[in-house]
Design a protein around this ligand. Structure first.
Ligand SMILES: Cc1cc2nc3c(=O)[nH]c(=O)nc-3n(C[C@H](O)[C@H](O)[C@H](O)COP(=O)(O)OP(=O)(O)OC[C@H]3O[C@@H](n4cnc5c(N)ncnc54)[C@H](O)[C@@H]3O)c2cc1C
Length: 430
């Protein structure tokens, strides 16, 4: 069995990325800065870029390489919004805050695409829309309510009939769905490397191969230690999401890292490519244990689904994902799988991201539940605005609260998967 970490280099994204790898030296010696950021994914680099653009001195410390976490491995589906729709956000947080949050998360994909354009990031951005495809009549009811909710909020969304979903996706699997035209696709590793390049150009100091071992308060400042150096900073941002290690045990116990696996075929011949997502949309299903898929910039069918519990990859789960791909798209059944890889998704119990300030000068953002391209980019901007101008994010700041049964997470996630499988059989939407 392969360790999930090892599969970074064998991913399609590593093989096809146009943005060059960023060369940086590991941190050495002692430096002083305004803000130190731990983690070089979308959250950390988006915050670094926003802060450097307003003249803040910022240092980013990444344990491995930029994009080594979920940001360089994901499915590349840029989806706006949260698990909750606008009326649910308003019901939960009140008219003013709920509306502001819906506005911000609704515009999050646009913000990603405009950042890419502004910095000339080579990541094949395409605003082709996202289809959420309903696997049952019950799920379709939920999907229709979601579309109505966002439509009433002014978003460019539409309900799709069974016939329309079948035509657009190229499979008879679904009973209908909705399309959100604000969404799109990109090459995820190219995007994260482009953010790093832009942050350096704006004046940020970035270090790879610089794993943070300890973060300690020092009067009103923070000391951040790696094996070869340290940073003395007025503020620190922890942006490690599902790749959080032991540097702050309370944070590690506050989220559930869950593996997702992906496979990509060889490029589709034209006569098959014309039958699968010819409009360039990306798709996720309404199943709890959902499959998600898209065509890649070089014309492959890419599909993702649930992985194993823990770091090791599972052969039977890769086989099951390939089986599902052949069932959904029999026209592509004979195409070999050329790439496969996995990564860890950071889940929270209520499916919502988290923003915390556990101590003066310490800021944390994580928990995108598989929707982090747009949301982690936005989180980075929120954290930067909070630090630089004291502006509170529309997503309320909450107390860092470890999950009580975190030590038993493997058996509990196993039970959760069994329960999700049952709900899928009953046609209940995620
Ligand atoms: C397989 C998969 C498919 C996905 N598909 C999609 C999708 O299609 N659309 C979507 O929107 N989202 C998707 N996601 C989710 C999305 O990728 C994440 O939500 C997002 O990348 C999180 O970004 P981040 O910067 O917070 O964390 P990460 O990108 O995980 O970055 C955290 C970084 O912190 C570093 N780190 C950890 N500990 C330390 C330390 N002690 N010192 C220094 N550095 C440290 C890690 O090395 C890592 O690089 C997917 C995720 C996975 C795994």
């Amino acid at each position: 069995m392969v360790n999930s970490a090892a599969s970074f280099d064998s991913s399609l994204w590593s093989a096809t990325v146009a943005e060059p790898a960023i060369e940086t030296a590991p941190l050495a010696g002692r430096i002083t800065t305004d803000v130190a950021i731990v983690g070089g994914g979308y959250t950390g680099l988006s915050a670094a870029l926003s802060l450097a653009e307003v003249g803040t001195n910022v240092v980013v410390l990444e344990a491995e390489a930029f994009g080594y976490g979920a940001s360089g491995r994901n499915g590349g589906q840029v989806i706006p919004g949260l698990k909750l729709d606008p009326s649910e956000m308003i019901a939960k947080w009140g008219e003013q805050r709920g509306r502001a949050l819906a506005e911000a998360v609704g515009n999050a994909a646009d913000a990603v695409f405009s950042r890419i354009a502004r910095h000339g990031i080579q990541c094949v951005p395409k605003c082709g829309g996202w289809i959420q495809a309903a696997h049952s009549d019950r799920a379709l009811d939920r999907v229709i309510r979601r579309a109505q909710d966002w439509s009433a909020f002014g978003a460019p969304v539409e309900v799709l009939s069974q016939q329309e979903v079948t035509r657009r996706i190229g499979t008879r699997e679904y009973v209908g769905g909705w399309i959100d035209r604000r969404a799109g696709t990109l090459q995820p590793l190219g995007y994260v490397r482009g953010l790093a390049r832009a942050a350096i150009a704006a004046g940020a100091q970035l270090h790879q191969k610089s794993r943070v071992l300890k973060v300690t308060p020092a009067g009103k400042r923070w000391h951040i230690f790696t094996s070869n150096g340290s940073v003395d900073a007025a503020a620190v941002i922890l942006a490690t999401d599902a790749y959080t290690d032991g540097v702050m045990p309370k944070l590690a116990r506050s989220l559930l890292p869950v593996q997702s696996i992906q496979i990509a075929t060889t490029p589709l011949p034209q006569h098959i490519a014309s039958t699968i997502l010819p409009g360039g949309e990306c798709v996720s299903e309404t199943r709890q244990l959902a499959f998600y898929f898209r065509l890649t910039p070089d014309g492959r069918l890419l599909m993702g689904g649930r992985g194993s519990i823990g770091e090791q990859e599972s052969e039977p789960l890769y086989a099951a994902l390939h089986h599902a791909m052949r069932r959904l798209f029999p026209q592509a059944a004979l195409l070999p799988i050329e790439y496969r890889w996995s990564g860890q998704v950071g889940l929270t119990l209520d499916g919502l991201p988290r923003i915390h300030e556990p101590a003066p000068g310490m800021f944390i953002g994580f928990g995108y539940n598989g929707r982090g391209i747009a949301m982690a980019t936005l989180m980075g901007e929120w954290l930067a605005a909070r630090l630089h101008r004291g502006i509170e994010a529309p997503l309320p700041n909450t107390e860092l609260s470890p999950i009580p049964w975190h030590g038993l997470r493997k058996p509990v996630i196993g039970l959760g998967i069994a329960w999700a499988w049952t709900k899928d059989r009953m046609g209940i939407a995620a």
